[in-house]
Design a protein around this ligand. Structure first.
Ligand code: 3PG
Length: 213
């Protein structure tokens, strides 16, 4: 597990999703986020050109720590690291994805919901997991219950995080960072309103600063 990325997440604890089928757009989104203070982002594998988008962000936006999100299998994990991913996020827990991340020396944040999944992650030696989909899976009370049993685990809740509940999640000591798509609205991207993305990033960064003291 990379202390470097975990340390960055400790001070910049909001991880936006970058979703695009156009590498130039992914670069603009990433620059807009970084301009608002959010310097860690997941480029999600949800479009045909996601890998190119990741590569473009990794190459052209040095101020951004770019990871790969929605990585579903070991092959995608290999491709992501080859394209420059500094970390890997998965919606679920897959041993093959974890193994690739280990071999390639990048942190991996696989998604869990249940105590059994969390115990599996724990016994794979992981110390940070994604909690997804956070709001549907019980939100802050569920996180508190899980972290009382797994005292060393840190969590990255995503799914249903918004400006309204961000501070509540970040106030849970076991939460390392929160992720979400609210910072990169499709409408703003379609309108090429990158200033809107910077404004949303600044607001989230300010909320995080306040919540973390
Ligand atoms: C993710 O993969 O992290 C989620 O799709 C983000 O969920 P959200 O769109 O509710 O933020």
């Amino acid at each position: 597990m990379s202390d470097e990325i975990n340390n960055t997440l400790q001070s910049v604890p909001v991880v936006p999703l970058v979703q695009s089928d156009n590498p130039a757009t992914a670069v603009k989104i990433s620059k807009a986020l970084a301009a608002g203070g959010l310097t860690v982002a997941e480029v999600v594998f949800r479009t045909d050109r996601a890998l190119e988008c990741l590569q473009a962000v990794a190459d052209q936006v040095p101020e951004m720590v770019a990871g790969a999100g929605t990585v579903l299998n070991a092959k995608q994990a290999e491709a992501a690291v080859d394209a420059g991913a500094r970390f890997i996020v998965s919606p679920g827990l897959d041993d093959g994805v974890v193994a690739v991340a280990r071999e390639r020396g990048v942190p991996v944040y696989p998604g869990i919901v249940t105590p059994s999944e969390l115990q599996h992650a724990f016994n794979l030696g992981l110390d940070v997991v994604k909690f997804f989909p956070a709001s549907i899976a019980g939100g802050v009370p569920a996180l508190k219950a899980l972290s009382s049993a797994f005292r060393t685990m840190r969590f990255m809740p995503t799914g249903g995080i918004s400006p309204d509940n961000l501070a509540d999640y970040l106030a849970v000591p076991a939460v390392l960072a929160c992720g979400g798509s609210w910072l990169t609205p499709a409408a703003a991207i379609a309108a090429e309103d990158y200033q809107k993305i910077t404004t949303l990033a600044k607001e989230a960064f300010a909320t995080a600063r306040k919540a973390r003291g």
